[in-house]
Design a protein around this ligand. Structure first.
Ligand code: AMP
Length: 407
């Protein structure tokens, strides 16, 4: 059903991000893109389930009650949203649609899409590609269908942004049959964040909407970097899974695959255990000898002179700098470099250290402008040849906008 613009702007969109035992939500009023309420259900299917509901302008509200499954959790969210005291809407009829974050769309989905049976089948077919997230994402969709029959659900895939990469960027140099048989290719993740930030940066920095070359550094606990021209991804650092690319809180990023075989033989561990080590025990946590996966702890240890923390932080910055160089080459230039996510938005020291390695591009950081957290701002000097920005990511808003666009 196509709505008029007048109807569009009155929409309220519920955005859902379902994990296997958790559910995060935001209700967004699309008239002014403001968050009316947000919250979290934790420990779904486990003892001690809890809903934390945060209505804007009202006190937070917590309910501890068993949530055996996602359907129960979503019903509790609906109750909280319409609760006379803590609620923000009179009835769930006010919710126009639900936008779902879905991790993996495989090669079938190059765009966000309104959910029907075929879409659910493909999300299920992609369980192999996103084993931790896709089953939970599908559970969330089915629970919403049950709790709010007839309400449109839209799937926004984390992999969509990477689908515009050219073949030379997404194909692995392995026998072609694996692409044919199993769709093995580079997909890229944090796609909703990269799409949102690269699109916003084009406008904010006044770049050519068709030709502006932007590098987005999404530096959080998970970290990835993308290159886009006119908001279309030409390369991005994560691959078939989020393990490839930058050094992260607990993930190794790029590593010689032969290292895996060597460690597995020496330690007598299987491939699942090895992958668990690369995903959960590596990155700055592993490199620092186990100090922490939190960048604040690593920086504090480095400030005290801890050698491994220093190496971890240096290597992390070095990897980001190398990728910026590679992506500048891939695009034959860059107009703007943007920092986003936990580290990117909050850590002026890391932004500055990265930019200090980019003087060959004519990048000049303005220390005063860079003295900022979580606010969209140009942080480069007026005579910097490349604009550098802090631009806070907002994946929920990006999902809500996609949802409005599609229904
Ligand atoms: P995210 O995954 O985007 O939520 O980012 C989480 C990461 O941001 C954590 O590893 C934090 O250490 C990091 N972070 C948050 N604030 C700061 C800060 N002021 N300085 C350095 N790192 C920070």
């Amino acid at each position: 059903m196509r709505r008029t613009n007048q109807e569009d702007i009155r929409m309220k969109v519920l955005v859902m991000n379902c994990g296997s035992s958790s559910l995060k939500y935001q209700l967004i009023d699309m008239e002014n893109e403001s968050v009316i309420a947000k919250g979290l259900c934790e420990r779904i299917g486990i003892d001690g389930s809890k809903l934390t509901h945060k209505p804007t302008g009202k006190d937070n509200y917590e309910v501890e009650s068993p949530m055996p499954d996602h359907t129960t959790a979503i019903k509790m969210v609906m109750d909280a949203l319409v609760d006379p005291q803590h609620g923000v809407i009179a009835s769930t009829d006010e919710i126009s649609a639900v936008g779902h974050r879905v991790l993996h769309g495989g090669i079938k989905f190059t765009e966000s899409i309104v959910v029907d049976q075929k879409v659910k089948d493909v999300i299920r077919e992609c369980f192999d590609l996103g084993p931790l997230h896709n089953p939970a994402n599908l559970m969330g969709i089915e629970a919403c269908e049950e709790a709010m029959p007839g309400k449109p659900n839209v799937a926004v895939f984390d992999t969509t942004f990477g689908m515009s990469m050219p073949e030379k960027a997404y194909m692995y140099a392995i026998p072609h049959e694996y692409y044919e048989k199993y769709s093995i290719r580079r997909y890229g993740f944090h796609g909703t964040s990269h799409m949102f930030v690269s699109g916003e940066v084009l406008k904010f920095a006044g770049l050519d909407p068709e030709k502006g070359k932007v590098i987005v550094c999404h530096l959080g606990n998970g970290a990835s970097i993308s290159a886009s021209i006119g908001g279309k991804c030409v390369d991005t650092s994560m691959g078939l899974t989020p393990l490839e690319g930058l050094i992260m809180g607990t993930r190794s990023g790029d590593v010689d695959p032969a290292v895996l075989q060597f460690i597995m033989n020496k330690e007598g561990i299987d491939v699942n255990e090895m992958l668990n080590i690369l995903n959960k025990k590596s990155g700055i946590l592993g490199m620092s000898g186990g100090i922490s996966s939190d960048f604040r702890d690593i920086e504090a240890a480095r400030a005290k002179g801890d050698h491994l923390a220093t190496v971890a932080m240096d290597a992390y910055i070095y990897r980001v700098v190398k990728y910026i160089g590679a992506y500048t080459a891939a695009m034959n230039g860059v107009d703007a470099i943007a920092f986003t996510a936990g580290v990117g938005e909050n850590d002026k020291g890391t932004r500055k250290e990265i930019c200090e390695h980019l003087s060959y591009l004519g990048v000049k950081i303005d220390d005063e402008a860079n003295d900022v957290r979580g606010e969209a701002r140009i942080i480069s000097a007026p005579d910097s040849k490349v604009k550098v920005l802090l631009y806070p990511t907002n994946e929920e808003l990006a999902i809500a906008r996609e949802t409005v666009r599609l229904i």
